[in-house]
Design a protein around this ligand. Sequence first.
Ligand code: ADP
Length: 624
Amino acid sequence: MENEKTKLTYRQAWKMNLRAWKIWWKLCPGVFFSTLASSIMKAITPYVTIFFSAQIINELAGNRRPEELTKWVILTLSCAAGCALLQGIFSRWANYEKASADRLDSQIYMKKMLSLDYVDVDRQAVFDLYSQIKQNANWAGWGIHRTLSFFEDLVTAVVQILGGIGLSMSLFLLNVPQDSSLAFINHPLIAVGIVGFMLLISVVAPLCSNQIYRYWIAYAPESRLANRFFGFYATLSANRSLAPDVRMYEQEEKVCEPYLDRNNAYMPGSTIAKNAKGPMGLWAALSQCVTAILTGVVYAFVCLKAWAGAFGVGSVTQYVGAITQLFRGLSNLLTTMGEMQGNGQFLQDGFQFLDIPNRMYQGSLTTEKRSDRNYEVEFRDVSFRYPDTDQWVLRHVSIKFRVGSRLAVVGMNGSGKTTFIKLLCRLYDPTEGEILLNGIDIRKYRYDDYIRIFSVVFQDFKLLALPLGENVAGSSEYDRERVKKCLEDAGFAERLQSFPKGLDTYLYKDLKEDGVDISGGEAQKIAIARALYKDAPFIILDEPTAALDPIAEAEIYSRFNDIVTDKTAIYISHRLSSCKFCDEIAVFDEGKIAQMGTHDKLVADTNGKYYELWNAQAQYYTNI
Ligand code: ADP
């Protein structure tokens, strides 16, 4: 997947931000209302203080009327208190909404991940893109989530600007008396010059500080890599399942030292630390210098006008405060726009992921619920290559499953057995040929409906760190008696007795301290019980007994017919002796079905692959 970083224009970045805001608007509109209210209050509050203090000072420096002073003091206090109260309420509301948004943030990607075609989930490029998005967010908060703070910053900046203009307008309208030696200040060109200078500085200061972001953005790949190392090495030491290997093979130095060696990303001496001391520091200093120059010019202009008699001394505080806030608003606006442009590159990653299309054809037919379980599946001349590879993994496979029969699939490692099952479950579509369900191409069925007819225990199945009963039922609400029966059928009854909270016992200790650790064999039995609980017409077991001890294995086989009942069973195994009870055996060899037949028929063919495999295993049991 191409993931080339190109610098975006403001327009492109703005469009991406709009798209991100639309996503947030759908997910939690409250965050916009609350942020709007809290940002407006945050921006207005300083102006309230600035305005009222100016009135008090003007009165003190002028007529000094006690009743006027009392009025202004009461107004100042009550308005300041009112603003503080409203600001407190709105910012609490905004914090609550932001916390909800934080929670929803991961859902944006999780939902997409779960809705992707399996073929894309399995692709390295998609996985890399997904990790990149997460790392962008982890190291500096870049990505879709960041756009929420842009909204806050923009609203604050706009209100700051409007408030500043409102309170400083009269600075340019009030004239110095004509007989003053400073009357030339009244000339409109002076006002235009001062405003022009302010605007220039307002642009220059953010431009300087935006240079700093360039360094952070350029640092993104290095930082992501550091985060990746951190994620890998820093969690190795806490990984319980790795602990025995780490100790036995003395891998301690592989756990800690590479982390320390390769994770210099944020320490003294790292590229970003050097830049912070050098150019980034200089840009920050320059930005501050420019700001200080502006403040000086504003003070000079306002004080000169006051000195020459254009307004009272109290208005000096008002004008200086208002212009400083106005300048801050302009500066924030431009800085935010610069950040939005920088973040655009990271939004590109996010949208590239969210825009991955579902290419698998989605049919509309339903697989009618048949009580007779009369579902017949046929592979018709199916060939398959994994995406982005040239090698044929399956070649011209044709096979029909007889309803209610037990089919064993055997073959060497890599001969295509698991791939065959993945195609049957429509995790992938065939590259050539077709798979039919009751005579109709499986692509024409609704996908969710189609997969409901299969219960599968994959070779590398996974259980969740949730209560046992929920694992078996795949749901938090379930039929307890049926779950118990399935566990019993899978040979787990005795172990269930020892579980402190029965079906409510948590598996593993990830979520509960009193969770129970289970062995590989026990996990396999639970996975088989889960497949039985689904009670689908097809049951597929990929190496179902690999982790079971011989007694548990024998127990499962002896009850296999009772367990499977009238379902069609497909059974992949390395142990050929365990396939004997199947009605038919398909022998896979280099992606082709080399032989088909019963055990007796296949073993009689001394030139066949089955005979070769059978003898290779049998010698371990007979040549003792
Ligand atoms: P078996 O189950 O018989 O051991 P598999 O079906 O797992 O065989 O694998 C058949 C071939 O397909 C192997 O060569 C394997 O390397 C390749 N293969 C399996 N999964 C993938 C994948 N996701 N991408 C590319 N090649 C794969």
